[in-house]
Write a protein that binds this ligand. Structure first.
Ligand code: SF4
Ligand code: SF4
Ligand code: SF4
Length: 240
């Protein structure tokens, strides 16, 4: 059975422990950043930043509100990035059968620049990043080494508020539904984002567009929906 993250955004305080733990476990260097008028740091995901706590300052019901979104790869159940990559090299992106983790391998460097760009554009959540120096694609790997050894992902282990949860998919779905029913009393617009398509399920208290353009697969009118991304992947790779 797939493993699934349940991330309850109503509990996230934007402490960024998960962001730091991800860097620490993967031995990734810090980013050189600058102040761009937000507490968010850095400004975007990158080849060396797999997890980013996004900050969004919005007006809801005439009141100012901070929304926090710890972003990462969603480990899609049918991953459009893999559907596209398989048309060029079936070993470049793998799906781990025991966990459902979608894994970018060293063979992503065998894809041409255009093919890498197609993989990037296939992702409805704008996750993959390309290292210009090595030509590799990167993103969250579900901490597959930890999970295969009975540990939780580093970001889940560190979270002090219970916002991040990880386990068997059926258990996480049950937890998500239970928590949704609980928070609906305080947040009537609360809902689970793209539950059927992904193994990283967010409980959002507001409209996904208020958190980030790519929080939901079809959050942006200019962003193709998950269904359309899959159609595009099939078009590029008709044998699948
Ligand atoms: Fe691939 Fe994007 Fe889905 Fe991650 S979120 S599995 S990168 S399509
Ligand atoms: Fe980073 Fe691991 Fe969490 Fe993915 S699962 S965001 S790789 S710490
Ligand atoms: Fe939010 Fe938990 Fe990450 Fe802190 S560690 S930013 S509370 S998800």
């Amino acid at each position: 059975m797939d493993k699934t993250f349940f991330i309850d955004l109503t509990r996230c305080t934007a402490c960024r422990g998960c962001q730091v733990a991800c860097k620490q476990w993967h031995d990734l260097p810090a980013e050189k950043t600058h102040n761009f008028g937000s507490h968010q740091n850095p400004a975007d995901l990158s080849f060396i930043t797999y997890k980013l706590v996004r900050f969004s300052e919005v007006e809801v019901g005439g009141k100012l509100k901070w929304l926090f979104f710890p972003e990462q790869c969603r480990h899609c159940i049918i991953a459009p990035c893999k559907e596209v990559a398989d048309g060029y090299n079936e070993q470049a992106i793998l799906r781990d059968e025991t966990t459902g983790a979608v894994l970018f391998t060293g063979l992503t460097e065998t894809l041409s620049d255009d093919e890498k760009q197609e993989v990037r554009e296939a992702c409805p959540y704008d996750i993959p990043r390309i290292d210009k120096e090595t030509g590799l694609l990167s993103k969250c790997d579900m901490c597959i080494d930890r999970v295969h050894n009975g540990m939780k992902p580093a970001c889940v282990s560190i979270c002090p508020t219970g916002a991040m949860n990880f386990g068997d998919r059926d258990e996480m779905l049950a937890l998500a539904e239970k928590q949704l029913a609980k928070v609906k009393k305080s947040y009537p617009k609360a809902h689970l984002v793209d539950t059927d398509d992904v193994n990283v399920i967010y409980l959002a208290e507001e409209d996904p567009k208020l958190y980030h353009e790519f929080m939901a697969a079809d959050a942006s009118p200019s962003t193709p929906t998950m269904g359309r991304r899959r159609m595009m992947a099939k078009f590029l790779n008709p044998l699948r």
